[in-house]
Design a protein around this ligand. Structure first.
Ligand code: IPE
Ligand code: IPE
Ligand code: MG
Length: 246
């Protein structure tokens, strides 16, 4: 029996999020420049997106560029933005062919105009697709997201659109970039780093975390299956006792 056959399709994460890390180290290991690592990382993106859609995962969120990644050398930031634009152009067909809707989270205004334009175009062209929502986190930082939500909510309170007493978790949810997405069930981080790096802090409150040593450009179908199988072996108790779950 192959690894894939051991996956219980009735118990897939409804929302899978991935911190795609290790492109630079993958390149360095082979004496290549970091840009080649990023380029090869896009192949893993395609495989992961297609595999998730085929399995029946409804929401996939990929951390593509953080608010902190602007601090990288200018040339690397430019490479990443160029790759974003060319991947969007190239992958539109894949998204349409697989009935996948593109979505984004993060503050898009700081992205180059050409990237914004391409992104909005693909979002528009895939807006009626229903099989899976692929969300790209671009210029995303969880603290920036929360700050932004606090500002919008405060403004609504000031203008009597909402009252302080009605602010609850669902109001906060509705003002985050992820407003239409369910909480994350499984968070994967590649490359052996055991940290969250300002990704989806609110939404991962009860996520299962999965860390793998595999560098992102090496992450393929089997690695995804392993992560899902690990997830399915866990008991999600949400504060209850094990006996209450059974
Ligand atoms: C992930 O790989 C890609 C982005 C953060 C954009 P890295 O570029 O962080 O690779 P490492 O961590 O330096 O190996
Ligand atoms: C996190 O990776 C951001 C993305 C994957 C886009 P980094 O490589 O930037 O994270 P740190 O800085 O090492 O924590
Ligand atoms: Mg990294």
């Amino acid at each position: 029996m192959s690894l894939k056959d051991t996956i219980n399709l009735e118990n897939l994460p409804k929302h899978l999020a991935i911190i795609m890390d290790g492109n630079g180290r993958w390149a360095k290991k082979q004496g290549l420049i970091r840009a080649i690592g990023h380029e090869n990382g896009t192949k893993s993106v395609r495989i992961t997106v297609e595999t998730c859609a085929k399995l029946g995962i409804e929401n996939l969120t990929l951390y593509a560029f953080s608010t902190e990644n602007w601090n990288r050398p200018k040339l690397e930031v430019e490479t990443l933005m160029k790759l974003l634009i060319s991947s969007l152009k190239k992958e539109l067909k894949t998204l349409i062919g697989n009935n996948i809707r593109l979505n984004s989270i993060g503050n898009l205004e700081r992205l180059p105009k050409s990237a914004q334009k391409e992104l909005l175009e693909v979002i528009e062209k895939t807006k009626n697709n229903t099989r899976m929502v692929l969300t790209l986190a671009l210029n995303y930082g969880a603290r920036e997201e929360m700050l932004n939500a606090v500002k919008i909510i405060s403004d609504k309170v000031k203008n009597n659109i909402i009252s302080i007493d009605t602010i609850d978790e669902s109001i906060i949810n509705q003002h985050l970039y992820t407003q239409n997405l369910p909480d994350v069930d499984l968070l994967i981080r590649t490359s052996g780093e055991h940290r969250i790096s300002n990704f989806l802090l609110w939404q991962i409150a009860y996520s299962e975390l999965y860390f793998t040593e595999v560098l992102w450009p090496d992450f393929k179908e089997e690695d995804l299956y392993e992560a899902i199988i690990s997830y399915q072996k866990r008991e999600r108790r949400f504060g209850k006792t094990s006996e209450q779950i059974k």
